[in-house]
Design a protein around this ligand. Structure first.
Ligand code: GNR
Ligand code: NI
Length: 167
């Protein structure tokens, strides 16, 4: 297992659209293991492969309090949604920014597991929020894209400033 480096906003690689996984093989299982290690170390409740510069449709999630309920979703799809809810979100790729985002309240998800078996299940609460947040990453989308123009500009300025200071 290995820790992988997490890309930070406004890195243009975070804008890459991920490709479907063609075969759930040992290479993918190693990727999944590394993603869990990286997510738990951060620590975070979810991670998309996009964030470690791997542009394949793989996400990992663990919203349990004790961080002992790992969930790996390969080629995830949202087959239906219900309601809407606002939750304060953060992102490992956008450090120290927390803003309220509106998303579907309940979702039905279809995905392959780490053995390549097709699963379908319902998610609500933080699990639903996190899966939608991770699936956005696979499209090259960040939670800041879902904020008002004013808030997004403010965040962009802050990171541009930080980056200028780093050079
Ligand atoms: O660790 C994370 N916490 C979080 C909190 C509220 C809504 C979404 C998230 S996901 C985030 C980890 C991350 O950036 N995943 O892409
Ligand atoms: Ni994120």
């Amino acid at each position: 297992m290995a820790l992988r480096e997490i890309l930070h906003y406004p890195d243009p690689r975070l804008r890459t659209k991920a490709k479907p996984v063609v075969a759930v093989d040992e290479v993918i299982r190693t990727l999944v293991d590394d993603m869990f290690e990286t997510m738990y170390a951060a620590p975070g409740i979810g991670l998309a492969a996009t964030q470690i510069n791997v542009h394949q449709r793989v996400i990992v999630v663990d919203v349990s309090r004790d961080q002992d309920q790992p969930l790996c979703l390969i080629n995830p799809e949202i087959v239906s949604t219900e309601g809407s809810e606002s939750t304060e979100e953060g992102c490992l790729s956008v450090p120290d920014v927390f803003e309220t985002v509106n998303r579907a309240e309940a979702i039905r998800v279809r995905a392959l597991d780490r053995n390549g078996a097709l699963k379908e299940f319902d998610a609500t609460g933080l699990m639903a929020v996190c899966i939608q947040h991770e699936m956005d990453h696979l499209e090259g989308k960040l939670f800041v894209d879902r904020l008002s123009e004013l808030k997004r500009l403010r965040i962009r300025k802050k990171f541009d400033k930080l980056q200028r200071r780093a050079v």
